[in-house]
Write a protein that binds this ligand. Structure first.
Ligand SMILES: [Mg+2]
Length: 362
């Protein structure tokens, strides 16, 4: 045991119902589950979480806690390697990567708190404000509900907004384009339009829809086809004017490496790609390919690394997470003038909220 040994690893599962059923092109949901991890050393506690399923907490409790306990709290990359190796026979991606992400974020938060510095400064802050874009626009929303979201994004200064298209696996293409028109009318001419098909179109359909989106002035076409096949993304990138974006399911540098020649902007999610350690490694690959990075979802958690990445384009201010993060934690950063403000508190500045107990799954 070292003097700064991690002594405690505790998990929690919190389920936040959505106000109404929500859907994108290829998935429907009515709640978001946050799996939290708290790690302690010398009486100081760090917090991390991922958006996943309760199974991620079981994985941490049963497989990962023992790997982390007793390790030097300052050796976060060493803990990352040890946890990654512990996943060899389970598979290190998907659910495992989400569990590992929560642990890694908690350990970085703990280290920064032990040092009494903001996590953004520990990583090397290059900016004090992290630009965001408004994101939501589910296919289940009616015009009035979309108008409410757009009004919210405008009220906090978002200059870029994204809606879901690819409804019903691409079977409602006319409605998709009609809703992009609605977004332009609601958002105004000074807002960059972005869409996300969540892999709902076939390659040929994506070319035809993409051409119509180009005519509508859309600048961002996310997962026009499944990102499981980077070659199809690469071909679309060659024929469309809008940027092709993907990367939200990337779990490690190898998966990031498959995408960097297929996209114009690489998306990375700290709650899925191995936490802050994994995010910064994948972001370095993007930088080497001359690409910018956009943070996927989990806006509060992205702030420390987004503040430290010169090649950052923006972070996704996703309505479900923007709504629930202030309920889950105290100290969630706010959006002002279209940007998340980087705080000056030690760590990432967030602690589990007492009020979160009412959302906890027992
Ligand atoms: Mg997406």
């Amino acid at each position: 045991m070292t003097t700064r040994a991690v002594t405690d690893v505790r998990t929690g599962v919190y389920r936040f119902p959505t106000p109404v059923e929500e859907a994108d092109g290829t998935f429907t949901w009515n709640a978001t589950t946050a799996v939290t991890v708290q790690v302690s050393a010398e009486g100081v506690t760090g917090l991390g979480w991922t958006y996943s399923a309760g199974a991620a907490a079981a994985l941490i409790d049963g497989q990962l806690a023992d790997v982390v306990r007793g390790r030097d709290a300052f050796d976060v990359p060493g803990a990352w390697e040890a946890v990654h190796r512990a996943g060899r026979n389970l598979g290190t991606r998907g659910l495992f990567a989400q569990a590992q992400s929560a642990v890694d974020i908690a350990l970085w938060d703990l280290k920064a708190r032990l040092l009494d510095v903001p996590l953004a400064d520990l990583f090397g802050r290059v900016r004090g404000r992290v630009p965001v874009y408004g994101s939501g626009g589910f296919t289940t929303l009616d015009h009035e509900q979309l108008a409410e979201q757009v009004a919210w994004w405008r009220s906090v200064g978002c200059r870029a907004m994204k809606i879901k298209i690819g409804e019903s696996w691409g079977r409602r293409a006319d409605r998709d384009l009609e809703r992009v028109h609605q977004l332009r009318d609601l958002a105004g001419d000074d807002v960059a339009l972005m869409v996300d098909a969540n892999g709902g179109y076939s390659p040929g359909q994506a070319r035809r829809i993409g051409s119509a989106l180009d005519d509508l002035g859309v600048t961002w076409f996310e997962e026009p086809v499944t990102s499981d096949d980077p070659e199809d993304l690469r071909l679309l990138r060659g024929v469309l004017r809008c940027d092709i974006a993907a990367g939200e399911y990337v779990a490690d540098v190898y998966e990031a490496g498959h995408l960097i020649t297929a996209v114009d902007c690489l998306q990375l999610d700290v709650t899925r790609c191995g936490g802050y350690t994994g995010w910064l490694r994948c972001a370095a690959l993007a930088a080497a390919a001359g690409l910018q990075v956009s943070g996927h979802c989990a806006p509060s958690l992205h702030v420390p690394v987004a503040a430290a990445l010169p090649e950052l384009r923006h972070v996704e201010w996703f309505v479900d997470h923007a709504r629930l993060e202030p309920l889950l934690v105290d100290g969630a950063p706010s959006v002002e003038g279209g940007a998340l403000v980087v705080g000056s508190s030690p760590g990432h500045g967030m602690t589990l909220s007492e009020g979160a107990a009412q959302w906890e799954v027992s």
